[in-house]
Design a protein around this ligand. Structure first.
Ligand code: SPD
Length: 392
């Protein structure tokens, strides 16, 4: 109630201020005490660039709309070197080794928490990123689990690790067998995998992608630190190992081209594969599933490395990316939801209404929220995963 009164009062003041003509103050009116407004930090007049007009970015593959980097280069005169990594593990190893040569990196929050605590990332130059104001406050609040004061990270995109299917091929391979209620059965239950191996099962190639969803499937905490839980996940995975055809973190063309009919994959990549298959003339229906027991949410975030040589150029690019039209372009072209509230308004209706991109609140509530891994947990996960992959 108090808040409402305050809000009404603020609106009344603003409205009055907008509509009021300038009038001389009545001579006899006593001067009301006026509190000095806190001085706003002076915003730079335009982007600030480093002397060396270079920016080195390290991001996931298939994650940037065509032409976006070139548009930034043209506008800023900055030459962008854009490299890609395929797993959080690969990026993490690079950051830990130091001297990455990169200015902007895009870790998932599950790894970024430790990277911030370990001093591998520097705070964002927020005064040079006015478009941070476009971000959805609810998403920024979610990131505080990894970055307590929202000092280091800003979302590139978010999405979820799930089951992707080529419905046409899966139905054929299952013969008369009905689709399971829980889509995770397609990749974890021998009854299904033994049939689907004929049309190809693909898994993401990373311990921190596979072990959490395997743990969740067997009813454990996806972010468990308990060695007994890893053992149980390893035992479940061992039963389907022989049915998995390929391990890859760049499987868009494998899905689109029919090498894999079912996959543990990232939601947007499955959406890209669906579009690519159609472009290539395929009539197959490819879908990112919303498993009944939930999918694993991730947030990929832009961050600046501790020893970035071009921190001002990095801030300029981040600000450019956070323009609503650029955030919307990412969702439109890459099939991942943006955390940019102002950008959502510019997303194409067919993308905004796609429930495997912008999931509905009911399903969101079922999803596995992001957490983070301790170093020990990561190591244990890697051991379990490597043994599984080797078939030991
Ligand atoms: N095509 C690139 C998709 C990027 C996915 N990042 C996923 C991180 C999940 N932990």
């Amino acid at each position: 109630m108090k808040k409402q009164v305050l809000a009404l009062a603020i609106s009344a003041i603003l409205l009055a201020a907008c509509g009021k003509k300038e009038e001389p103050a009545p001579a006899a009116a006593p001067a009301a005490p006026v509190a000095a407004a806190p001085a706003a930090p002076a915003a730079p007049a335009g982007p600030v660039y480093d002397d060396e007009k270079v920016l080195n970015i390290y991001n996931w593959p298939d994650y940037v709309p065509e032409g976006m980097v070139a548009a930034f280069e043209k506008e800023s005169g900055i030459k962008v070197n854009y490299d890609t990594f395929e797993t959080n593990e690969a990026l993490h190893a690079k950051l830990v080794a130091g001297n990455t040569g990169y200015d902007i990196v895009v870790p998932g929050t599950v790894f970024a928490k430790g990277q911030i605590e370990g001093g591998l990332l520097q705070p964002l130059k927020k005064d040079q990123i006015p478009n941070l104001a476009n971000m959805d406050p609810a998403i920024m609040a979610t990131l505080t689990k990894a970055d307590p004061e929202n000092k280091h990270l800003v979302p590139w995109a978010w999405g979820f690790t799930t089951v992707g299917i080529n419905k046409t091929k899966v139905e054929k391979a299952l013969g008369g067998m009905a689709m399971p209620e829980n889509a995770w059965d397609l990749v974890f239950k021998p009854e299904y995998t033994s049939k689907l191996k004929s049309c190809g099962i693909a898994y993401l190639d990373s311990p921190t992608e596979i072990i959490p969803v395997a743990l969740h499937y067997i009813g454990k905490d996806a972010y468990s630190n308990d060695a007994a839980d890893y053992k149980a996940a390893g035992e479940m995975l061992a039963k389907v190992r022989k049915d998995v055809r390929l391990f890859s973190s760049t499987m868009i063309d494998d899905i689109a081209g029919g090498k894999a009919c079912v996959s543990i994959a990232w939601s947007g990549d499955v959406n890209i594969a669906a579009g690519r298959a159609t472009e290539n003339g395929s009539k197959d229906v490819i879908e990112a599933m919303l498993p009944s027991t939930g999918a694993l949410i991730f947030f990929d975030t832009m961050a600046v490395t501790k020893d970035a040589k071009h921190p001002n150029n990095a801030a300029a690019f981040i600000d450019f990316y956070l323009r609503p039209e650029n955030a919307a372009l990412m969702s439109n072209e890459m099939g991942y939801p943006t955390g940019n509230k102002a950008g959502v308004a510019q997303v194409k209706p067919e993308i905004a209404s796609n429930k495997t991109i912008f999931v509905e609140a009911d399903y969101f509530a079922k999803m596995i929220p992001p957490s983070s891994f301790t170093n020990e947990a990561r190591e244990a996960m890697a051991n379990t995963y490597n043994a599984f992959k080797k078939g030991k």
